[in-house]
Ligand binder design. Sequence first.
Ligand SMILES: Cc1cc2nc3c(=O)[nH]c(=O)nc-3n(C[C@H](O)[C@H](O)[C@H](O)COP(=O)(O)OP(=O)(O)OC[C@H]3O[C@@H](n4cnc5c(N)ncnc54)[C@H](O)[C@@H]3O)c2cc1C
Length: 385
Amino acid sequence: MIDFELTDEQRLVKETARDFAEREIQPVARDNDRNERFDTDLVRKMADMGWLGAIVSEDYGGRGLDYRTYGLIVEEVGRIDSSARTVISVVTSLVCSGIEKFGSEEQKQEWLPKLCSGETLGCFGLTEPNTGSDAANLSTRAEKIDGGWRITGQKQWISLGNYAGVALIFAQTDPEKKHRGIGAFLVPTASDGFSSAPIHGKLGMRASDTAELSLDGVEVGDEAMLGEVGDGFKVAMSALDSGRFSVASGCVGICQGCVDASVAYAKERHQFDRPIASFQLVQAMLADMIVDTEAARGLVWRSGWLKDTGRPNTMETSVAKLFATEAAIRTANNAIQVHGGAGYVDDFPVERHLRDARVTTLYEGTSQIQKLIIGRAATGINAMT
Ligand SMILES: Cc1cc2nc3c(=O)[nH]c(=O)nc-3n(C[C@H](O)[C@H](O)[C@H](O)COP(=O)(O)OP(=O)(O)OC[C@H]3O[C@@H](n4cnc5c(N)ncnc54)[C@H](O)[C@@H]3O)c2cc1C
């Protein structure tokens, strides 16, 4: 049976994360957003907290936490700044989880300690200019050469791509095999033929690095492949299962940040000689925000509990991701309404929360893709293709 009570350890982890986020992230979040600054000092501090390897086994330099506890950290960081939260989600869920699950002992020893400590950042290179939701239809090619592979292609919208030391690159080894031909490769970004370029002008997540990657005949050894030829799609889907949980947890944080800011503002702001919190229509907005927040948190907790107890959870994780991401947008939008004109500028965090929330229904599977996963689980019929 699901237990919603936090253990003493979970309570401590949550309080520590909240304290860190308010002390270290809050003071820099607005300026990092304004300046599109990927804050490497902050990344190092989060790595020192052990958050980049939260769910990775202690044997490989991680914290060995369960998913529910990991989710609490991600929520607290997301409550303050989604760009900072992205670093944790990408390194921990999209990169480390795949290496831990599919990697050989040598690959785990080589990469996980460096990723967990923040010595090396990782990025997840699945999306391409012409391949988003249809993720199995990759144009990037991996051609077999003596002792290794030669990889050529473009990757688009890759978080952390300009700062990563290793890129988990998904490439097609044999187009005739479709998704069964996809391989996952751990590609050092210092390799000859590998280059990246920053993507500017984003609506939100401005302090999160986003890159276009170019692989022009990048050669890697056989030991760079994670799993076997044909495991690539499984690696990607497994990492996304973890990543969707992480994004959903971060969105619970956005919701909570918006509730906290709005309740405080509504009690301080006076109109018609009364605090605006005393108007029923303002309380109705707060109530809607709180309901969305609590519902999202409950779904995220269920997904984490299923993961921690080894039960199937792809559908439930999609439910949590779909609901929490859409709830974050609704809640941030309501928060701006509660703040009135003051919510439209960055003196308060709520306009940043709305801009940052907006991408969460796009990446790691759009809301439409989540609905198709849920619909397929319910009916047994694949409506995606
Ligand atoms: C800031 C940012 C960071 C990102 N970080 C990463 C990263 O680190 N690594 C990475 O690999 N990718 C990353 N992405 C890419 C992201 O995962 C893709 O944008 C996403 O998967 C959607 O793909 P697309 O943009 O090509 O949209 P498309 O797939 O072209 O979709 C466009 C629209 O069509 C709909 N659609 C598509 N197919 C169907 C269908 N079968 N049925 C119904 N509707 C459908 C979609 O839901 C959407 O509404 C990032 C994106 C952004 C914006």
